[in-house]
Design a protein around this ligand. Structure first.
Ligand code: ARG
Ligand code: ZN
Length: 853
């Protein structure tokens, strides 16, 4: 009996097993005969055996396909259907493979392959969805040109590349650029376009379109401008031009991720492209601009140069995130963008890197690749590129990038190719640097200092805790940007990048008149956790005087954390000196409002929990919540007399515009309103709600009122006003949960799952509810365990429809080992229950198993 492993035992794929496919795919012709439940896909593919192939197995991936017929060079053949695809005897010389399959888009709730969303046909092929469309070598290193014919009675029928012709009931498309199948896309339905155009630097006119469902036309203008800005920026900064006559974006309501860079036909989650002042917040506008840029930038970093295999995912994602962050910094504020990114990194990537799901930016194994579209691959992948740029300098960075595009255009590449380009362009060896790609875990950087007779020494010690499968870590190259300030606040040493390469290393500064105050890890020059014994007085000094804006914020953030930790551990009162420093900063109108808003944003409660855990304590979510409440209440009282003036001073007059300056002011205004609401019970918030002509202010007011448990009337009005707008309704669902008291969070979420507008089939709606639940630290981790149970119930139900979104949301449990034995056993019980579910998907099985281990 001991060999009776389940038939579905998930297979593990390893980087070390990489083998090229034995055939080139020279051209691909696809015909789609659209029908909701019985779409026919006819493929005609020219294959040529590779002369030097080590393995000539002709294996085509295929899943959930009904094979109707197959031919080789016009002769019927009978392929052998095997697990995950088919094999077939094929000639030793070039041949034409033809297959006809039937698929069911309407029944496809996994939203992978060809599916239907609101009666519209659309596709998502990355990573391995094309195999649900037809039999194909569905791997990124097989690149081919695609010609596509779509037959159906949909008014608009789109695919990649340039249009070749269309008539009654058909449309033909041709993409001249060889691409892997994961970049294939097809869209068909009743769509309207918001048109635009862009002239490239070499004078080519490109037609642009954003395609939406009728009724959403008024939400396209901002996205169109963002697209044009992205096209211009990529020319100006990287010298990269667009390469087709047409660029289409389509908005889709049901989508597992944010957006997808299909060649010439980007498909977006509607939440990541549709925007209007009445329905979108400032944060939405900024995110939409960034995602449009991200997908557009993929045209070069991803499409023209793609990945050899999925282990190399960060080759395109890390680089493209890095590029979109540069873009946002240029369009808006560089320090604000950096601070926002570090907040997000700590909120999403650090927990991953310091828990059971830790993996390197280039993983070496996976069961389901969709589980590796992670903060580590994306955001840490981008941090690694930021470090590389800092180490080689700007000029060398752009020199290396130029070489990358020259050398690898049209290829499917690896991290080794990427690093080689830097080595060749700069003459610098990067073998130790490469550890950032292979080692998981966040390095700890312990700093100590010494001063005597004008000589100042900083000593760094690096270490990385073990992560799954990696007990021992080697020292990495860590660029640490350091500046020194004199005790009166002058900068006595400008920023310099210290390069750590050893486990322990010292750096010396000579000729200082007095002991300086160090500003370490400026601009967050490396994704590490800095550990340094220092005083709150020194942190307050840096908050007031540091010349590096990031570190000024960081000092305030560290201070905020220390104060809360002391409140949680010792029941201390909020630190008076810190309250004074905050008050001074908030009232200082010479300071950027966006910066002030960021300093006023409390550290996340999950972050406090992790800090407590790292220092050997067991975090109590309720105590952390109470400390946060007490702190904010005390701050509101301290600011009492200035709040009305501050509120008035930060109110933006005139018509709404989603620019960075207005957004910064509104962010500060929102923080002020939430403080004010603690004192006036919601009078001002109710007035703001009433008067708001934009979603940023309407949403801020509603949030403040719900938090004060005084927003029932406005919540109902909000529902009445926006019930027909799915994206605004997502906000309504999420906000009620986010603002609920911890003991009511799970019940609020549960009640919302019974609301007629709740839907399991729409990932945005599911995430609105359960993302908000998981994001409410004290509510999700309430001692009752109701939050855990509710999430588990719903993950089990969702897994049958949509494994990908289910698996991603399992990450809510990844921090479970931080907590007390009671909570751990509650969570373990839920994870075990999920794991034991009959027919659980490969995706969710992998996630739950890794989290439980
Ligand atoms: N490449 C897309 C992006 O970065 C993400 C799509 C991933 N989709 C998925 N199902 N894994 O923008
Ligand atoms: Zn991407």
């Amino acid at each position: 009996m001991k060999d009776a492993s389940p038939a579905t035992a998930p297979k593990t794929f390893y980087l070390k097993d990489y083998m090229p496919f034995g055939y080139d795919a020279e051209s691909v012709h696809l015909t789609f005969r659209l029908a909701p439940e019985t779409t026919r896909v006819i493929s005609r593919i020219r294959f040529a055996p590779k002369p030097d192939a080590a393995d000539r197995t002709f294996f085509l991936h295929g899943e959930e396909l009904k094979l109707i017929s197959a031919k080789i060079d016009g002769q019927e053949v009978t392929p052998e259907l095997v697990e995950g695809g088919l094999t077939c005897e094929v000639p030793g010389a070039p041949f034409t493979w033809e297959a006809e399959v039937e698929i069911n888009p309407a029944g496809n709730t996994a939203l992978e392959g060809l599916y239907m969303s609101n009666r519209m046909y659309c596709t998502q092929c990355e990573a391995e969805g094309f195999r649900k469309i037809t039999y194909y070598p569905d791997r990124p290193d097989v690149m081919s040109t695609f010609t596509v014919r779509i037959e159906g009675d949909e008014p608009v029928m789109l695919s990649n590349g340039n249009p070749m012709g269309q008539g009654e009931g058909w449309a033909e498309w041709h993409d001249p650029w060889p691409k892997p199948a994961y970049l294939f896309a097809l869209v068909a339905g009743d769509l309207v376009n918001h048109p635009g155009s862009f002239t490239t630097k070499s004078g080519k006119e490109v037609e642009l379109n954003i395609w939406v469902r009728p009724g959403d036309e008024h939400k396209c203008a901002f996205g169109m401008e963002a697209l044009k800005k992205s096209m211009k920026w990529d020319e100006d900064v990287y010298g990269l031009e667009y390469d087709l006559d047409l660029f289409n974006i389509v908005a889709v309501d049901d989508f597992n991720m944010g957006a997808m860079e299909n060649k010439g036909l980007n498909i977006f989650n509607s939440s990541c492209v549709l925007a209007s002042p009445e329905t979108s917040t400032d944060a939405n506008f900024e995110r939409i601009e960034a995602i449009i840029a991200h997908e557009y930038f993929h045209n070069w970093t991803g499409n023209r140069i793609t990945c050899r295999d999925w282990f190399q995912l960060c080759l395109k994602e890390g680089l493209t995130v890095f590029r979109d962050a540069q873009f946002t910094a240029d369009m808006r504020s560089e320090p604000v963008k950096r601070i926002e990114d570090v907040i997000a990194l700590r909120a999403r990537q650090f927990p991953e890197d310091n828990g059971p799901l830790a993996h390197p930016p280039r993983p070496e194994q996976f069961q389901e690749i969709n589980n590796f579209y992670t903060a580590t691959v994306y955001e840490k992948g981008a941090e690694v590129i930021g470090m590389l740029k800092r180490l080689v300098g700007d000029e060398n960075y752009y020199k290396a990038l130029k070489l990358y595009f020259e050398r690898h255009d049209g290829q499917a590449c690896t991290i080794e190719d990427w690093l080689k380009v830097f080595e060749d362009a700069t003459g610098r060896g990067l073998s130790q640097f490469k550890l950032w790609y292979s080692q998981a875990g966040t390095p700890r950087l312990k700093v100590s200092e010494d001063y005597a007779d004008g000589t100042y020494t900083l000593t760094f010690e690096q270490s990385t805790p073990p992560t799954p499968g990696q007990p021992d870590k080697a020292p990495r190259v860590i660029p640490v940007a350091v500046g020194l300030l004199s005790p009166n606040g002058d900068e006595v040493r400008a920023t310099e990048v210290l390069e750590l390469t050893e486990a322990k290393q010292s750096f010396t500064y000579q000729g200082l008149a007095s002991k300086p105050v160090p500003s370490i890890l400026r601009e967050f020059s490396a994704p590490v956790i800095l550990e340094r014994e220092t005083t709150n007085a020194e942190r307050a000094f840096l908050l007031a005087h540091d010349t590096d804006p990031f570190n000024r914020w960081e000092a305030g953030n560290a201070l905020a954390k220390e104060v809360r930790v002391a409140m949680v551990l010792d029941g201390a009162a909020p630190d008076a000196a810190y309250l004074d420093a905050l008050e001074k900063l908030v009232r200082d109108d010479d300071q950027d409002p966006a910066f002030r808003a960021l300093v006023l944003t409390p550290p996340s409660q999950s972050d406090i929990a992790q800090t407590l855990f790292d220092r050997g304590h067991t975090p109590d979510p309720q105590k952390i919540y109470d400390a946060a409440e007490t702190f904010t209440q005390t701050l509101a009282q301290q600011l009492e007399t200035s709040l009305p003036r501050l509120y008035a001073a930060t109110t933006v007059d005139g018509p709404y515009a989603p620019d960075a300056e207005g957004a910064g002011k509104r962010a500060l205004n929102g923080r002020i309103l939430s403080l004010l609401t603690r004192l006036d019970g919601g009078e001002q918030a109710a007035r703001q709600y009433q008067a708001a002509d934009n979603m940023t202010q309407q949403y801020a007011a509603l949030g403040a009122l719900l938090k004060a448990e005084n927003g029932e009337a406005q919540s109902q009005a909000f529902f009445g006003q926006w019930q027909d707008d799915r994206l605004v309704m997502d906000k309504w669902f999420a906000l009620q949960i986010a603002c609920a008291a911890p003991e009511k969070t799970a019940a609020t979420a549960a009640a919302l799952t019974r609301h007629p507008l709740f839907s399991m089939k729409n990932p945005n709606r599911f995430r609105a509810v359960f993302g908000a639940l998981a994001g409410h630290h004290a509510g999700f981790h309430h001692a009752s365990g109701e939050g855990y149970q509710l999430l588990a119930d719903n993950l089990i139900a969702l897994d049958k429809l949509n494994p990908q979104t289910t698996a991603r949301m399992c990450a809510a449990f990844q921090t479970w080992k931080r907590y007390d034995a009671g909570r751990q056993s509650l969570i373990r019980a839920q994870l075990t229950r999920i794991a034991g579910t009959d027919g659980l998907s490969r995706d969710t099985t992998e996630m739950v198993t890794r989290i439980l281990d």
